[in-house]
Ligand binder design. Structure first.
Ligand code: NAP
Length: 322
C-alpha cells in the first residue's frame, strides 16, 4: 500500500528547471497530496499546464500559497525577499516555507523578516542542476543521489526541518544540515568559483576569436567545451549568486589568485616537480569524487562516441607474402 503523502498541499512558486523537477519527482514519489504551481509569466504558467506536472496552475503567488502546507520558492535568489513579503499575509498558520536558492545567507536575511510567527522557515539548496532552464528542462531524477543542504534559522521548529528533510530524501537526495554562512563558504569554492572561471575563460576565448578564428570551437574537445557547458548556465541565476554571495566568493577568489600565481611561477621557472606534484594531488581529488558516487568513472564524462567507419588499413596486405 502506498504511504500517505508527507504534505497535503505543495505550492511551487517558479517552475523552471528546479521547480519543475520538484513537481515531477514529488508526483512520482507521492510526496504531496496535491501540487499547485505558479510562475511569473503567463507563458510559463501555460506551459506548466500543458505539461500536466501540477494538479493546479494559478495566476498569483498569493493564490498558490492559500492552504498550502509546504511552499517552495524556486525562483532566482534576488527575487525571494520580495516574494516572501508578498505571500506572507496569505500563508496558512503552521505552513512550512522553503526555497531552493544557491546562496543561503542572503535568503535567510531577505526572507525571514517577512514570515509571520507560526510559519516555519527551512531554507534548502538542492546541489543538483544542469545548464538548461525552464519548465521543459526538469526531470524527476534530478535529485537522486545529490545533496540537499538545509540551513534552518535557530527559531525553526526541528519537526519542520525533519519533515523537509524527509521530503528531499523521498525525492532521492542525501540531506545535510548546516549554518547558512558556512554553506555559502563551501559552495563558493565548489560551485560559484568554478562557474566564474568558466564564464571568464569562455569570454576570454570569445574576445580572442579574431586571432584564433573558429579554431577555438573546432578544437574545443581539448578541455574548452567542458567549460562552455558550465558557462551556458542561466545568466539571471548566476548574476544573483555572485551579488548575494559576494564576501565568500571574494575570499575564495583571493586564494585562487594566490594559487594561480604559484603555478604561473612554476611554469615560468620550469619547475616540473611543482607542476607534477600539484597535478598528482588534483587527480586524486577526482578519484575521490568518483569513489563517493558523485560522478561516473566513465571516461570523458560518459559522452557517447558514435560508431565511426573503420579506420583505413595503413597499407594493402599482400596475401601472398610469407
Ligand atoms: P529557471 O529554470 O530559470 O526558472 C526560474 C523560475 O523563476 C521561472 O519560473 C521564472 O518565471 C521565475 N522567475 C524568474 N525571475 C523571477 C522574479 N524576478 N520573480 C518571480 N519569479 C521569477 O531557474 P532554475 O534553474 O530553476 O533556478 C531557480 C532557483 O534554483 C535559483 O534560485 C537557483 O539559484 C536555484 N538552483 C539552481 C540550480 C541549477 O543548476 N539551475 C541548482 C540548484 C539551485 P518565468 O518562467 O515566468 O520567467
Amino acid at each position: 500500500m502506498m504511504k500517505a503523502p508527507l504534505f497535503n498541499r505543495l505550492a511551487l512558486i517558479g517552475v523552471g528547471l528546479i521547480g519543475s523537477s520538484i513537481a515531477r519527482a514529488a508526483r512520482v514519489q507521492n510526496a504531496a497530496g496535491s501540487i499547485v504551481a505558479t510562475a511569473r509569466s503567463a507563458a510559463t504558467r501555460r506551459r506548466v499546464a500543458e505539461l500536466g506536472i501540477a494538479d493546479q496552475v494559478v495566476e498569483t503567488n498569493a493564490a498558490a500559497v492559500e492552504g498550502a502546507d509546504l511552499v517552495i520558492l524556486c525562483i532566482p535568489v534576488g527575487a525571494c525577499g520580495a516574494v516572501a513579503k508578498e505571500i506572507a499575509p496569505h500563508l496558512k498558520p503552521g505552513a512550512v516555507v522553503s526555497d531552493v536558492g544557491s546562496v543561503k545567507g542572503s535568503i535567510v536575511r531577505d526572507m525571514s523578516p517577512h514570515l509571520p510567527k507560526g510559519v516555519n522557515f527551512v531554507p534548502a539548496h538542492p546541489v543538483a542542476g544542469t545548464e538548461y532552464s525552464g519548465p521543459d528542462a526538469g526531470f524527476a531524477e534530478l535529485f537522486v543521489n545529490r545533496w540537499c543542504i538545509l540551513t534552518p534559522p535557530k527559531e525553526t521548529d526541528p519537526k519542520a526541518v525533519e519533515k523537509v528533510a524527509a521530503f528531499w530524501k523521498l525525492l532521492g537526495a542525501n540531506v545535510e544540515t548546516m549554518d547558512a554562512d558556512h554553506h555559502d563558504l563551501v559552495l563558493a569554492i565548489t560551485s560559484h568559483l568554478p562557474h566564474l572561471i568558466a564564464y571568464t575563460i569562455v569570454g576570454t576565448a570569445d574576445e580572442l576569436s579574431e586571432v584564433t578564428k573558429s579554431e577555438v570551437l573546432q578544437f574545443s574537445a581539448g578541455g574548452f567545451r567542458d567549460f562552455t557547458r558550465i558557462a551556458a548556465s542561466d545568466p539571471t541565476m548566476w548574476r544573483d549568486v555572485f551579488l548575494a554571495n559576494k564576501d565568500a566568493v571574494l575570499e575564495m577568489l583571493g586564494r585562487f589568485n594566490e594559487d594561480i600565481s604559484a603555478l604561473t611561477k612554476a611554469i615560468r621557472k620550469g619547475d616540473g616537480k611543482a607542476l607534477f606534484e600539484h597535478f598528482t594531488r588534483t587527480r586524486a581529488i577526482r578519484k575521490g569524487i568518483v569513489q563517493m558516487g558523485q560522478d561516473s568513472a566513465t571516461p570523458d564524462f560518459g559522452r557517447p562516441h558514435p560508431d565511426l567507419a573503420p579506420l583505413p588499413k595503413p597499407y594493402a596486405v599482400d596475401e601472398g607474402r610469407s
